[in-house]
Design a binder for this molecule. Structure first.
Ligand code: ZN
Ligand code: ZN
Length: 343
């Protein structure tokens, strides 16, 4: 089988790997679609991010869907041919955090395509993937591309849960890449009354409107575009900070009302915080990292027609054009979500 392997920055190859056999409780999946994520792009463009560096070749990818091709012993809830979304979240189930019900904080997490541990955890961009049946959520009724969107959508459902009560809230989303635009969908589904989206790119803001933002603010045209929202101690109850940029975080904090909640999703390195405003307005600053049980919820919401991610899938390229797909995905002026078609 072929797999998409990153060796070092800008050295991406489609190479042969041997197919594994599904063991007890596992299934073999014939991969259908794989979405390229920001973390894949960091490995591709920079060989890693922060202190995380590639130390050996690694199969990329963690946003995947496919069809069940073979069943391991004891698997009864899946059938050959089923379309499944495959969760890349593989907590150990036995450490303190898993036992506390916080599997996204598992000590021994085996998240696909991660160079955090060594040896690295190999990813899912391969023609055949062996996964636990428990990672697979049946996705009948969805396109293979939608099913592969379950992963980034889960990230934003988890963030929405972290933000607390959403019904009737006024929401600001800063940074309108895939995670920001999916946050708009998640916040709306959870009951947000008004959603304002801010970005430096008019094109990104077009996607934000397409998925339901009520208003958009282009911060490259108007650096002070969020200032009117800062009057009278602020406008918004919740900030989804998806850019990882300090300027956006600071402007967003000024626009939050007292007791507002900041959910930080963007990872842009360390940032200085306006601690005076956080203290005086009694703001809550909350991180959000990955997801676990939200994955099945993401599939259900899409199947029920309650969240439509289709407008965000801008490009689909065959496996043979993986390099081109990574170049397109790296160009925010072209791509929102670029996916690779494996079959
Ligand atoms: Zn991702
Ligand atoms: Zn664990």
């Amino acid at each position: 089988m072929k797999a998409i392997i990153i060796h070092t920055a800008k050295d991406l190859r489609v190479e042969e790997r041997t197919v594994e056999k599904p063991g007890p409780g596992e299934v073999e999946i014939r991969l259908a679609a794989g979405g390229i994520c920001g973390s894949d792009l960091h490995y591709y463009n920079h060989g890693g991010f922060g202190t995380v560096r590639l130390k050996e070749p690694m199969i990329l990818g963690h946003e995947v869907s496919g069809h069940v091709a073979a069943l391991g012993e004891g698997v009864s809830d899946l059938a050959i041919g089923d379309l499944v979304a495959v969760s890349p979240s593989r907590p150990c189930g036995a450490c303190d955090y898993c036992l506390k019900g916080l599997p996204n904080h598992c000590f021994n997490m085996r998240f696909y395509g991660s160079a955090m541990p060594f040896p690295h955890v190999q990813g899912a961009f391969r023609e055949r993937l062996v996964a636990k049946a428990s990672q697979c959520v049946k996705a009948e009724g969805l396109s293979v591309g939608e099913a592969a969107m379950a992963e980034p959508l889960s990230v934003t459902l988890h963030a929405t849960r972290r933000s607390g009560e959403m019904l009737g809230k006024r929401v600001l989303v800063t940074g309108c890449g895939p995670i920001g635009t999916l946050s708009i969908l998640a916040a709306r589904r959870a009951g947000a009354a008004e959603i304002v989206a801010a970005d430096l790119s008019g094109r990104a803001l077009g996607f934000a409107r397409a998925v339901g933002a009520d208003r958009t603010v282009n911060l490259s045209e108007d650096r002070d575009g969020l200032v009117p929202f800062s009057e009278n101690k602020g406008t918004f109850d919740v900030l989804y900070e998806c850019s990882g940029a300090q300027l956006a975080l600071v402007a967003g904090i000024q626009a939050l009302r007292p007791r507002g909640v900041i959910v930080q999703l963007g990872l842009g390195g360390e940032m200085a915080l306006p601690m005076m405003a956080i203290t005086a307005k009694e703001l809550d600053l909350r991180g959000s990292f990955r997801f676990h049980e939200e994955f099945a919820t993401a599939v259900k919401l899409m199947q029920g027609g309650l969240i439509d991610v289709k407008p965000l899938i801008t490009h689909t390229l065959p496996l043979g054009e993986a390099l081109k797909a990574f170049e397109i995905a790296s160009d925010k002026g072209q791509s929102m979500k670029t996916q690779i078609a494996f079959a």
